[in-house]
Design a protein around this ligand. Sequence first.
Ligand SMILES: *Cc1c(COP(=O)(O)O)cnc(C)c1O
Length: 401
Amino acid sequence: MSHVMNTYARLPAAFVRGEGCWLWDTEGRRYLDAMAGIAVCGLGHGHPRYVAALREQAGKLVHTSNLYEVTLQEKLADRLAGISGMDNVFFCNSGCEANEAAIKLARLYGHKKNIEAPAIVVMEKAFHGRTIATLSATGSRKVQAGFEPLVAGFVRVPFDDLAAVKRVAESNRSVVAVLVELLQGEGGVIVCHDDYLHGLREICNANEWLLMLDEVQSGMGRTGAWFAYQHSGVTPDVVLLAKGLGNGVPIGACLAAGPTADLFKPGSHGSTFGGSPLACAAALATLAVIEDERLMENAVAIGDFIRSSFAERLAGARGLKEIRGKGLMIGIELEHPCGEIVQQALDKGLLVNVIADNVVRLLPPLVMKREEAELLVATLAPLITDFLAKSSAPQAAAQTA
Ligand SMILES: *Cc1c(COP(=O)(O)O)cnc(C)c1O
């Protein structure tokens, strides 16, 4: 019997080795990885330059704590500031911790403005993590159920709805910030309208709110720019990173600009592991490879190819709702719950997942090649076609109705 707590519905495959977009299981079977460890391994598996950087740093020094100066943190913060337009960085170890840091920054900011109970606007279907504060910010009852009482200080509005945010601005004097994913990942790869971010920036400016973007999933080149907000030319006040930042070595970051960048003082926040030499070396190597190998350009090209290929192959299929996303963050929404496709794909040697019950999600490594993308489409499209034929037949529709 397993002694691991039963928190995951795990698929029956255990991997022992990886190379690029490929993984091998304990039986020696090969799988095409279109998940990248949930948008983490952008460089794929076993990237030689990344592995060399990790080996070298592991041999030199892994951890010293933040009681002392950490040179690689300085270097990484400098690099992140350079590509993001932010000023300062706090390092942590995960996405929820990055969000926790942002929530604390917003509250400090509010108290500085003499707001007694500062509140943050958050979105329906948002995902910000599973700590008590971040699950309270998350817009999913499934994530929250059983863990009440939730943390107070969040005001929820529908995603991609500027009028709803304006109504909050008019009625709630305690709000100090907006926390939002520009592309909702766990919510179902939901893309906002082009003018949404500009609109949020205007509302934030008019009300002196912080604009805080959770780019934990969409950041680090996944959408074809370092960060999703860079497609729109809007500059936020706070940006949160994790997943793809260390390519698999845990590291998260809370980036902030302007006065917000100096809100934390010694003692306000901290982390034992945050920004260790090993994690920073991993992130620096990841950034260097994304840049040198032009992986953001590749994410755009391969992402467009995958979306248009599915659009072609699934054209006119009954029960298909939408094919969407940006770069290599892709969702194929069907009318019916389609979780069974995950196991069927696994049986065919392909790793994909289904979120929000009826959205097939693809998050391939940024290094995916054209031939691999072709194989991905050739493997997955027939599974979706079969599923649609079965689930959208008049008889099946009558049964589910
Ligand atoms: C995954 C994710 C998180 C949580 O990250 P963890 O590292 O699992 O804590 C937060 N926000 C977004 C947008 C995510 O996709």
